[in-house]
Ligand binder design. Structure first.
Ligand code: PLP
Length: 446
C-alpha cells in the first residue's frame, strides 16, 4: 500500500503502545518498518537502520532467521495450538520446560508459561502469595520492588514497576506493593538499608517477595554494584522472603551469561522471563521456580491452581523458543554477547575521551548506556527542557541507528541493546554514528 495511505490509516485506527497519541496525530508514525535482516531494519522509504535496541531488547538472534520461520511452520502444520489446561500437554512445551530448566541457575527446574513479560511478573507475584498461603501464612502478601524498576503493564506488574509515570494512566493497580531505593547511584549499603527499613516497617511476616531486575533496563540500564544481590539474598533469607529476579530483558544471553543474575553469583527463588526466549519471533514468556517452591506446590497446592493463560504452553510458541535456544547455543551467542559487550564498552569509553558532554558509560554484555551531562566532572545534568537525549536519538535516527532514550529527573540516558549476533565492525559503525550524533547535538547547544 502507498505510504501516505498507510500513515492516514495508522492515525485513524492504530492506538500505539507506550506512545504519545497526540504526537502520532501530529506527525504520523516515526517509521513504518517493512523488513528485518540480521541487525538491520528497513522502512517503507527504504531507509536502512541498525536496530541498536534489538527492537525492544528482545530480538537476540537478529532479524530474518529462516530456521525460526520453519520451526513455527512445521509445528503449525502438525498442531498449531491446543490447550494445556486441565493437565493436557504437548511435546514442544514439555521439551522447552526441560530445556529452560537445563540452562537456568542450579535448583530452578520447573516452568510456568505465559505470552510475555507482564504476564510473567503477574504470575510470579501471584505464585509468591499462593506459596505462602498454602503454608498457612496468608498474611505474607506484600511485595517490595525498587524505584525505577520496570516490570510491565498488567495489574501486579504495573504496581511493582517503580517508574511513577506508569501509574498515572489508571492508578497503581494493586495495593500492598512498596518500593525501596535503587542501588544504582545509592550504593549497596544505602540501598540495603532502605530495603531493610521497608521490610521492617511493613513487618517481615507480611512480606511475600522482593522483585528486581538484575540490571534495570527501562530505568536506564542501571547496573547494581557487584555485592548488591548477595546482600539482597541474605536479607530475604533472614526474613523468609522470596527473591524474584525479573530476567525479561537480562535472560537468554543479553548480559553475556544465560541469566543476568549469574553475574552476581546469587540464586533467586523465582525467575521471570520473556523477550529473548523467542527473540520476539512469537509471543512467549514464563516463570521458573526453585525446587523448594515446586516441592511445596506439589505437596500443598490442592485442587485447581486458578491461574493460566489460554496461550500458556502454546505449542507453536514453544517450538520457536526451542529453536531459538538451539541457535543461541550453536552460534555461541551468549559468549559473543560477552565479547562484543567489551568492544561496545571500549567504544563508549572513547566517546568519553572525545566529547565533553559524555558522563557515565556502562555495559554488561550487550546491554549498555551512555549518559549525557552538562559537566561530567560534577555529574551536573542538563535541564530537562533542553531534551538532550531525545535530540541525540533523533540525530541517530537520521544517521540510520534506532535506539532509545531514558529521561527522568534531568537524566539523559541513551540505551543500547543490539542483537547478540552483532560483530566488531558493526559495533564500531554504531559507536561512530553515536559520536557524530552527540557531537551535532552538543554543537547545537552552545
Ligand atoms: N519486565 C521487564 C524487565 C521488561 O523490560 C519488560 C518489558 O520491557 C517487561 C517486564 C514487560 O514485558 P512485556 O512487555 O512482554 O509484557
Amino acid at each position: 500500500m502507498e505510504l501516505e495511505k498507510l500513515i492516514e490509516l495508522d492515525k485513524k485506527h492504530f492506538i500505539h503502545p507506550t506512545s504519545s497519541i497526540q504526537q502520532q496525530q501530529a506527525n504520523g508514525p516515526k517509521a513504518i518498518i517493512k523488513k528485518g535482516e540480521g541487525i538491520y531494519l528497513t522502512d517503507k522509504n527504504d531507509n536502512v537502520y541498525i536496530d541498536a535496541m534489538s527492537s525492544l531488547w528482545n530480538v537476540n538472534v537478529g532479524h530474518g532467521r529462516e530456521e525460526l520461520v520453519e520451526a513455527a511452520a512445521e509445528q503449525m502444520k502438525k498442531l498449531a495450538f491446543s490447550s494445556t489446561f486441565s493437565t493436557f500437554s504437548n511435546e514442544p512445551a514439555i521439551l522447552l520446560a526441560e530445556k529452560i530448566s537445563s540452562i537456568a541457575p542450579k535448583g530452578l527446574n520447573a516452568v510456568f508459561f505465559t505470552s510475555g513479560g507482564s504476564e510473567s511478573n503477574d504470575t510470579a507475584i501471584k505464585l509468591a502469595r499462593h506459596y505462602w498461603r498454602i503454608q498457612d501464612k496468608p498474611e505474607k502478601r506484600k511485595i517490595i520492588g525498587l524505584n525505577r524498576a520496570y516490570h510491565g503493564v498488567a495489574a501486579a506488574s504495573t504496581s511493582a514497576t517503580g517508574i511513577p509515570e506508569f501509574w498515572s494512566m489508571a492508578g497503581k493497580m494493586m495495593v500492598d506493593i512498596y518500593h525501596a531505593d535503587n542501588p544504582y547511584g545509592n550504593g549497596t549499603v544505602k540501598a540495603i538499608q532502605s530495603l531493610r527499613s521497608v521490610i521492617e516497617s511493613e513487618g517481615p511476616e507480611t512480606v511475600a517477595a522482593f522483585i528486581a531486575e538484575p540490571i534495570q533496563g527501562a530505568g536506564g540500564v542501571l547496573i547494581p554494584p557487584k555485592d548488591y544481590f548477595q546482600e539482597v539474598r541474605n536479607l530475604c533469607d533472614d526474613y523468609g522472603i522470596l527473591f524474584i529476579a525479573d530476567e525479561v530483558i537480562t535472560g537468554f544471553g543479553r548480559t553475556g551469561k544465560w541469566f543476568g543474575i549469574e553475574n552476581y553469583g546469587v540464586t533467586p527463588d523465582v525467575i521471570s522471563f520473556a523477550k529473548g526466549v523467542s527473540s520476539g519471533y512469537i509471543q512467549l514468556g514464563g516463570v521458573i521456580v526453585s525446587d523448594q517452591i515446586h516441592d511445596v506446590l506439589k505437596d500443598k497446592s490442592s485442587g485447581t491452581l486458578f491461574h493460566g493463560y489460554t496461550y500458556s504452553g502454546h505449542p507453536t510458541a514453544a517450538a520457536v523458543g526451542l529453536k531459538n535456544i538451539e541457535i543461541l547455543e550453536e552460534e555461541e551467542l551468549v559468549e559473543n554477547s560477552r565479547a562484543m559487550g567489551e568492544v561496545m564498552l571500549e567504544g563508549f569509553n572513547k566517546l568519553k575521551e572525545d566529547l565533553d558532554i559524555v558522563g557515565d558509560v556502562r555495559a554488561i554484555g550487550l546491554l549498555g548506556a551512555v549518559e549525557l551531562v552538562e559537566d561530567p566532572a560534577l555529574n551536573k545534568r542538563f535541564s530537562r527542557d533542553l531534551q538532550v537525549a531525545p535530540k541525540v536519538i533523533e540525530a541517530l535516527h537520521q544517521r540510520g541507528v534506532i535506539c532509545r532514550a531514558v529521561t527522568y529527573e534531568d537524566t539523559d540516558i541513551i540505551c543500547f541493546s543490539p542483537p547478540l549476533i552483532i560483530n566488531k565492525k558493526q559495533i564500531e559503525t554504531m559507536t561512530e554514528k553515536l559520536h557524530d550524533a552527540i557531537k551535532e547535538v552538543r554543537n547545537g547547544l552552545s
